[in-house]
Design a binder for this molecule. Structure first.
Ligand code: GUN
Length: 306
């Protein structure tokens, strides 16, 4: 059983990215620009958005955060998107999900210019992923692929099960694994015999958003376990169920526990697994920076070729 250390992979990518950013600045004084739009004040979104701004600053990417109130209208969000669309200093736009419930997120995401769509959520970009001809990918599934590649874990021929079919993670993940020649099953809340399907998997990507949802009994010995979930457990009486006894005191002191969608006991059965925290999380935000740089470079080549 070996740990797939996302922090190490993320740091390696950040070093390579740093060189590219320096080159862009040196060549033409070009600074990659990212605009993040957040509506409402969801605590998890706030934490994600802060970590994005912090890493952008560290990497020398020009990032701007536009915060809109929970009561904002779809029209206001669209206006903010349009302003970023027409700003030549902005190469990448991210609208943080979830949006307030009264806003149809597709109405917003459809308005981001495909060439500035850093998440690849625009239908054009999702189509390119399905057709296996996209050069950038949604940040979280892209981070998963980077971890697999770094550790030499080739998905080709594997029986891969993706649990969770969100457009953020599960759906693009399934397409990307299929593009890499895995045999993919995409499961969801209506899947019949989920446990049986998981038990056959050589590779599980868990993205259901339910703490410790996948337990040791559902995992085949030697499987690769990729845990995309980040769930916060605040009740101390739950700590013992959700964390190894050796770490109980650490979390008790901290007052809360961050865990994924896979129960820690499953890791003992795994061939390889990503921890939470320190697995996929560091890659997600790193791939956001990488996509921003890629979109920036592409905008230059488009201008040059015009
Ligand atoms: N909310 C949670 N994950 C993501 C993501 O990858 N992109 C966006 N835009 N919102 C998110």
């Amino acid at each position: 059983m070996s740990v797939l250390d996302g922090k190490t992979v993320a740091e390696k990518i950040q070093v390579e990215l740093g060189t590219e950013i320096e080159k862009l600045k040196g060549e033409g004084g070009i600074v990659p620009g990212l605009t993040v739009i957040m509506a409402g004040d969801d605590p998890a979104s706030r934490a994600y958005v802060n970590s994005k701004s912090k890493l952008a600053e560290k990497m020398g990417i020009r990032s701007k955060l536009v915060k809109l109130p929970e009561t904002t209208t779809a029209e206001e969000v669209i206006q903010t998107v349009e302003a970023a669309n027409s700003d030549p200093l902005v190469h990448a736009i991210l609208v943080q999900m979830p949006l307030p419930r009264h806003i149809d997120h597709w109405k917003i995401l459809d308005r981001i210019l495909p060439e500035k769509d850093v998440d690849c959520f625009h239908p054009t970009n999702q189509g390119l992923i399905l057709q296996n001809r996209s050069r950038i990918f949604p940040c979280t599934p892209c981070g998963v692929m980077k971890i697999l590649d770094h550790y030499g874990l080739d998905p080709a021929g594997l029986n891969a099960v993706v649990a969770g079919r969100s457009f953020l993670v599960g759906k693009p993940m399934a397409a990307m694994l299929s593009n890499r020649n895995a045999t993919v099953t995409l499961c969801h809340s209506r899947t019949v015999n989920l446990e049986g399907i998981l038990r056959e998997a050589d590779l599980i990507v868990a993205a259901v958003g339910k703490p410790a949802f996948i337990t040791a009994e559902m995992v085949k010995p030697g499987a690769i376990l990729i845990d995309v979930g980040i769930n916060r457990i605040d009740k101390e009486e739950d700590f013992a169920n959700f964390c190894p006894p050796s770490r109980y005191e650490v979390f008790k002191k901290k007052g809360y526990l961050l865990i994924g969608d896979i129960h820690f006991q499953a890791f003992a059965k795994a061939g390889h697994y990503t921890p939470v925290p320190g697995g996929v999380g560091p890659l997600t935000v790193t791939m956001l920076m990488s996509n921003t740089v890629e979109l920036c470079k592409r905008s230059i080549s488009v201008t040059r070729d015009a």
